[in-house]
Write a protein that binds this ligand. Structure first.
Ligand code: HEM
Ligand SMILES: [Cu+2]
Length: 574
């Protein structure tokens, strides 16, 4: 083996130095973004908490713009770039064909992000995350977004090149592992999404320079081709990490490769039409367009998430049972490694994403119900349980494996790391549920002052709203504490953590700052167990998961029904 690669002592994978350092750079950039976006989150939260009302009106919208851009674009996408290098180069033992291209792309993304931050903080881009035309930012804002997107598109292309090289050089046997397949899904959607990005941001740049006109409805349509589809990149990346963490922490099995692959394929085919749920109150689109696009085939993408939401826990249950953890209906859950932050993060990510994010998303995206949810706090309530409790939480979980496996460091403050997922998930659940309820009482999103001081009209919310906003704030602060612990642990581990010896897998070591999946990796399945794996795909052999699925469906039906009921009250029918 050449000197520019090492063999991972834990997984036996061959890892090239360029892959190592590109993953590290992107992960560090993501963490810096998380810190900036997190501070902004606290400021926005303390302003929306009417009892504190921290920022003035200008800075509220400015910092809200910073929060949305820095979290949803910079934090999430930098992390996804690391995931692509990991899934391509590390999991397939492959070389990074053009490290220089990788670094150029990284530089473009950093420069683009800095330009955007600079414009936002100097008050030249108070346009919020969606930058809806005719709200206008200065040209460098749009240029920064474009540079960032070109960098991300380059990494996506590079990822495909890694796949081609890996195949040509036969660095792996058989077909891609499911995690790689998931990353490929994310990358395909990313390519399509980033092209939408070009289609909207290049004209908008020209518009902000005064060169052309842009129609507001055109902007919204194309922008959501970017804005919604990019959420599906996040979902695909998150699901790939679910499978990876399930395998690393408890030896979760893949019940049916085919089913899981088909589910990933459904994302690619049916996601872009779901963008329509952002345009449901727009006057420019007709009712049949709206109903068609937010029903029928859109549910295929929902179906895909529900398939993964079944196969991931079922794979964990089957894996546990095959390894002898067979007690009762839920022994596989009770005896799971709850002290492994990779495991707990993954479980919370699955549960909160499914139960809160998924159910509210399908409900609010229904053409008829949308009218009572649109632009209320129900919307940020919904997406903080998808992209934050789901995707960001999964990213946090995989970090506890990336630190030892890629950065080759022990995890600092391991006890804190172990409670981190609990703090973050608990805070986020309180935050997003309370926010959603406040929205149900009609409280608007993106609103600086819901007491409407000095307004020519009176608006009186239900007295419950004060309480709900207070609970939202407390939940948000708990979540922020969880985010703070994550940043502390990762930064200290990466820069000051105890180095692992090159050949040290941590096997058998105890009491050290490493997750259980590394010190005590799940035992490989024996030949006999592998052969008995087939029958385990029969649904009856995962009874615990079946019960959980039924609870999920019941919750889903109840919430959906209640919302139609609420709608009928608004309409004064029934
Ligand atoms: C502790 C963590 C977080 C807290 C406390 C928090 C809090 C908030 C609050 C209070 C708002 C304003 C809602 C409104 O007034 O309409 C908001 C908006 C938003 N947040 Fe977060 N957030 C957190 C993490 C995140 C993360 C990790 C992401 C993305 C990955 C994210 C993405 C967004 C976006 C996209 C918006 C909407 C911005 C807009 O309306 O333009 N947040 N957040
Ligand atoms: Cu959407």
């Amino acid at each position: 083996m050449s000197a520019d690669a090492r063999t991972c002592p834990t997984t036996g994978l061959r890892i090239y130095r360029a892959a190592d350092s590109l993953i590290q750079a992107n992960a560090v950039a993501a963490t810096v973004a998380l810190l900036v976006g997190g501070v902004a989150a606290i400021l926005v939260l303390l302003t929306r908490w009417q009892a504190v009302h921290l920022l003035d009106v200008v800075w509220f919208y400015r910092i809200l713009t910073v929060h949305g851009m820095t979290m949803l674009i910079f934090f999430i996408i930098f992390f996804e770039m690391a995931v692509l290098y990991f899934a391509g180069a590390v999991l397939l033992n492959a070389r990074v064909p053009a490290p220089k291209v990788g670094w150029t792309a990284f530089a473009l993304m950093v420069v683009g992000a800095l330009m955007v931050e600079w414009q936002m903080f100097t008050g030249k881009a108070d346009v919020l995350f969606t930058s809806y035309v005719p709200l206008r930012a200065e040209p460098p804002f749009y240029l920064g977004v474009i540079l960032f997107a070109v960098g991300a598109l380059t990494v996506t292309g590079h990822f495909f090149a890694i796949l081609v090289y890996a195949k040509r050089e036969r660095t792996y046997e058989g077909s891609w592992p499911l995690v790689v397949f998931g990353a490929v899904t994310a990358a395909i959607i990313a390519a399509a999404t980033l092209l939408h990005g070009a289609a909207v941001y290049i004209p908008t740049l020209l518009w902000s320079m005064g060169l052309i006109n842009i129609d507001a409805q055109f902007y919204r349509l194309v922008w959501w081709g970017l804005g919604h589809s990019s959420q599906q990149i996040n979902v695909a990346a998150m699901v790939a990490i679910w499978y990876l963490l399930a395998a690393l922490t408890v030896g979760g099995v893949v019940l049916s490769e085919k089913l899981s692959r088909v589910a990933f394929g459904l994302y690619i085919m049916f996601i872009s039409m779901a963008s329509a749920h952002h345009l449901l109150v727009d006057p420019g689109m007709g009712p049949s367009w709206k109903i068609w696009n937010t029903s029928y085939f859109m549910y295929m993408a929902v179906l895909a998430s529900m398939i993964h939401g079944f196969t991931v826990p079922a794979g964990i249950e089957a894996g546990q049972r095959l390894r002898g953890v067979t007690q009762g209906m839920f022994g596989w859950l009770r005896r799971a490694p709850w002290g492994d932050p990779g495991f707990s993060s993954m479980v919370f990510s699955v549960v909160v994403f499914g139960f809160i994010g998924g159910i509210t998303g399908v409900t609010f995206g229904t053409e008829q119900i949308n009218i009572i949810a649109h632009n209320t706090l129900r919307i940020p309530g919904h997406f903080h349980s998808t992209v934050v409790s789901g995707t960001a939480m999964a990213f946090m979980g995989i970090t506890y494996y990336v630190i030892p496996l890629i950065f080759r460091r022990e995890i600092a403050f391991y006890k804190l790391a172990q409670i981190q997922p609990y703090v973050f998930a608990l805070g986020m659940v309180i935050f997003s549920v309370a926010m959603t309820f406040a929205g149900t009482f009609g409280v608007p999103r993106r609103h600086w002052d819901i007491t409407f001081t000095g307004a020519p009209f009176q608006v009186q919310f239900s007295p419950a709203v004060d309480l709900l906003i207070g609970v939202t704030a407390v939940g948000g602060l708990i979540a922020a504490a969880g985010g703070g612990i994550y940043i502390l642990v990762t930064v200290v581990s990466v820069f000051f953590g105890k180095k692992l010896a090159p050949d040290d897998s941590g096997l058998g070591a105890t009491g050290r700052g490493l997750p259980l999946g590394i010190t005590h990796p799940p035992r490989a399945l024996t030949q006999a167990e592998q052969e008995s794996e087939l029958p385990s795909t029969r649904l009856g052999s995962v009874p615990g998961t079946m019960v959980l699925v039924l609870v999920f469906l019941a919750t889903f039906i109840a919430y959906y029904f209640v919302n139609w009921k609420l709608l009928s009250v608004v309409w004064k029918v029934g």
